[in-house]
Ligand binder design. Structure first.
Ligand SMILES: Cc1cc2nc3c(=O)[nH]c(=O)nc-3n(C[C@H](O)[C@H](O)[C@H](O)COP(=O)(O)O)c2cc1C
Length: 528
């Protein structure tokens, strides 16, 4: 502490020192030499302090905090957490999410094996082999982490951040995690991905059958990384086994557990509801912080979940993707996003979320804001990610505005041009994603008109809310950001839908753009 203060004083001093010299040189050349000698000896002190400051910083980073100490002091006690999402929790989305109240965000899952190959190939000077790697891992790169841009994981705009890996080889996992440990606050292991790709690669939820391997995967990171390791997992059919598993994860060294309250078999059409009672049992059984994952769609679900599970935070994936303002207004009295005083300074425990511009802004505005961020970054945002976000954000209106839906579905973007054109700003008519911008602007015009007509009807927003017959959930006016709930599946796993059931990927991606989106969704939704 003393070093920091002293160094701050001396830093200011250097500025003064240069200014004094400049003034003396200009107006009193005779005093220049004496002043210079005195000032430069003082400046030597400054160098010494800078050295001590470096040493203090180094010893600080060496101190690895654990459990609640880590949760509080490094992460800042986050309650509102954005889930790891392949192709969707990328940097641009993280920036937008932080503006709207997200306190901690996970990167999309990174495959440890693929990252390791890419890193070792990059170290090789053979240009052709690099090209080969780049092409071979094109799809992996979509979820990769771009250190070179200096933006991903930066202290200024991308923290707190947890980088998620998947893998089944402890040594490879460690090497990949070591490569990125300086760019995040912790490393997470994906133990919950239930998709066929995970079954084939034996990672994610398919490690639930090999507890010894899971222990070693966590433990090697716990023992060798300078930052903590955390784990995200699904529940077992019984509470007892779920609790036993969670305790094993803690023993192995996991410092935060995220418990997704669905079974490995609850995916796609059979996702159904998450079981919060199992999450509660986990929370009661371990002594590290626990995040609850599943069933968070409206703000009112957040407090209910925290109360019912006793967890330290809630994690949302789909609810937050469809409404990035899900966590807005919960943290501070004045929201940075809209600068309005929120009606709820902490999550209301009422069963219904009040519909305010804070929690349900106009979706076209959010879409434009997202595009503006994507434009402003040096880091490349994958076109698949952009398209996925736009379809989800504006979903409430796309079934009405079918011409816009079609334009969005058919918009072609030259990836290379997009990479060259990034950072130009949204107004640039040369932007390679100008068609997306144009669709969102047109959507904004139409939604502003719809909102005006809505308010002219004399009804309040609450009165404009309808209830979906199939799901029983509230459907808000179509210009507002809101969750999307597929009215299928009951969470009960039928034998024919069990894990072995293949995901059907249509050979042809044509036809109705929304169907295409669903297909894209199925393909990128590697871990839902
Ligand atoms: C588009 C998408 C991508 C996902 N990718 C990942 C991932 O990379 N790693 C992971 O552990 N879970 C992933 N998931 C699962 C979510 O993190 C989360 O566990 C799951 O969706 C349940 O939360 P929810 O009910 O809030 O959607 C993904 C989910 C979605 C919707």
């Amino acid at each position: 502490m003393v070093f920091w203060i002293a160094s701050g004083v001396l830093n200011t001093w250097t500025f003064e020192y240069n200014s004094v010299l400049f003034v003396l040189r200009t107006f009193r050349p005779s005093l220049n030499n004496r002043a210079h000698t005195t000032l430069s000896s003082l400046n030597r002190f400054r160098s010494l302090f800078t050295l001590f400051q470096g040493m203090a910083a180094a010893s600080e980073t060496r101190k690895k905090l654990a459990g609640y100490e880590f949760y509080r002091e490094v992460l800042g006690s986050p309650k509102y957490v954005v889930a790891p999402m392949v192709d969707q929790s990328e940097l641009a989305w993280r920036r937008l999410s932080r503006r709207y109240g997200a306190q901690l965000i996970y990167t999309p899952m990174i495959n440890a094996k693929a990252r390791q190959m890419t890193v070792s190939r990059r170290a090789n000077t053979d240009f052709l082999s690099q090209m080969w790697t780049e092409q071979k891992h094109q799809s992996y790169r979509v979820g990769a982490f771009d250190i070179a841009s200096g933006e991903e994981g930066s202290l200024e705009g991308d923290r707190p951040l947890i980088i998620q890996f998947c893998g089944n080889d402890p040594e490879k996992l460690l090497k990949a995690a070591k490569d990125l440990e300086g760019h995040c606050d912790a490393v997470d292991i994906n133990l919950g991905c239930p998709q066929d790709i995970a079954k084939k690669g034996k990672y994610g939820a398919f490690l639930m059958d090999d507890w010894d391997l899971v222990y070693r995967l966590i433990n090697i990171l716990h023992e060798n990384l300078s930052i903590p390791v955390t784990a995200k997992f699904r529940v077992f059919p019984t509470v007892e086994k779920t609790v036993e598993y969670a305790k094993m994860l803690e023993r192995a060294g996991a410092q935060i557990l995220t418990c997704h309250g669905r079974l490995r078999e609850q995916r796609g059409q059979n996702a159904g509801l998450a079981d919060w009672s199992k999450i509660r049992a986990v929370k009661e059984a371990v002594s590290v912080p626990v995040f609850a994952n599943g069933n968070i769609l409206f703000q009112s679900d957040i407090q209910r979940c925290l109360e019912e599970t006793g967890c330290d935070g809630v994690m949302s994936a789909e609810g937050q993707l469809y409404n990035v303002a899900l966590f807005n207004g919960l943290v501070s009295a004045v929201s940075p996003a809209t600068e309005e005083t929120p009606s709820t300074s902490s999550a209301s425990s009422s069963s219904i979320t009040p519909i305010t511009p804070l929690t349900h802004p106009n979706h076209a505005d959010l879409a434009l804001e997202y595009l503006e961020i994507a434009h402003s970054l040096r880091t490349r945002t994958a076109i698949s990610a952009i398209k996925g976000h736009l379809f989800k954000i504006m979903r409430p209106a796309l079934s009405r505005e079918t011409d816009l839906r079609e334009r969005l579905g058919r918009a072609k973007v030259d990836q290379k041009a997009w990479e060259r054109g990034r950072g130009r700003g949204i107004a640039d008519e040369d932007s390679p994603i100008r068609e997306y911008v144009s669709v969102c602007r047109e959507m904004k015009v139409r939604m502003d008109k719809a909102r005006k007509e809505g308010s002219l009807s004399g009804k309040t927003l609450e009165e404009l809310v309808e209830v979906d017959e199939k799901t029983g959930l509230r459907v808000l006016p179509h210009w507002l950001a809101q969750p999307y709930v597929r009215g299928v599946g009951n969470g009960k796993v039928k034998e024919k839908d069990a894990v072995d059931q293949p995901v059907v990927i249509p050979a042809k991606r044509s036809g109705d753009p929304e169907t295409v989106l669903e297909d894209v969704g199925k393909r990128v939704k590697l871990c839902a």
